[in-house]
Design a protein around this ligand. Sequence first.
Ligand code: NAP
Length: 218
Amino acid sequence: MSTLIIGANGGVGQYLVKQLKERGESFTAGVRKESQVEALASEGVDAILIDVEADDIDTLTQKINGFDKVVFSVGSGGSTGADKTISVDLDGAIKTIKASETNNVKQYVMVSTYDSRRLAFDASGDLKPYTIAKHYADEYLKQADVNYTIVHPGGLTDEAATDKIEVGAFFEGRGTIPREDVASVIREVLNSDNLLNSEFQIVSGDISISDALTKFNQ
Ligand SMILES: NC(=O)c1ccc[n+]([C@@H]2O[C@H](COP(=O)([O-])OP(=O)(O)OC[C@H]3O[C@@H](n4cnc5c(N)ncnc54)[C@H](OP(=O)(O)O)[C@@H]3O)[C@@H](O)[C@H]2O)c1
């Protein structure tokens, strides 16, 4: 069983690489620069170049071939415009979902936005294109021929991990969560068949990650 992490150089992605490496789990880091591939290789981490905007579906299909699981922790970021939101967060995500279907990937883990439901973008605001992109990427994934887990984190912080979260289908309020804890949730999700074809929000809370995910699933 091997996992491809797309967006492995990102805030969440780097923590996930660290955690999977420490646990000796089988994975490959998908990054965008040759220098990053080399740096990871020097640390004993398998890495490949993958750019969900530049790579076409055939190329992505070849790159995903052989992986059992795919994590999409990609984001075009707040400093780019709506064009990148469409080509990376929407089209890039859907291309990798199609490539995962073709390869009979067993689980596709999407790092989504906190709330990608339709009601979240009926209001106006700077995040509207991003929320629309995440909504349709999530909807596409839910209808695709691949087992999915969609993780909806609250506002991401660089604070130290607490290993404690709150999990819910959809909360009334908002919250934050350290990127390191999001990575821990993804790691748990990758090792649990019980969270296939589910989606949930996560924010910092009082219950251990493992217990909170188990309780959510019951
Ligand atoms: N910010 C929040 O509060 C918040 C809340 C909920 C969810 N999220 C979502 O959580 C996810 C992870 O967040 P994060 O903080 O880890 O984000 P991040 O640090 O910005 O990482 C995003 C990663 O995506 C990669 N990327 C961008 N364009 C790409 C492309 N065309 N092909 C392949 N990779 C590409 C970036 O690569 P480079 O390193 O090469 O630039 C980067 O490694 C994002 O998808 C974000 O939308 C964010």
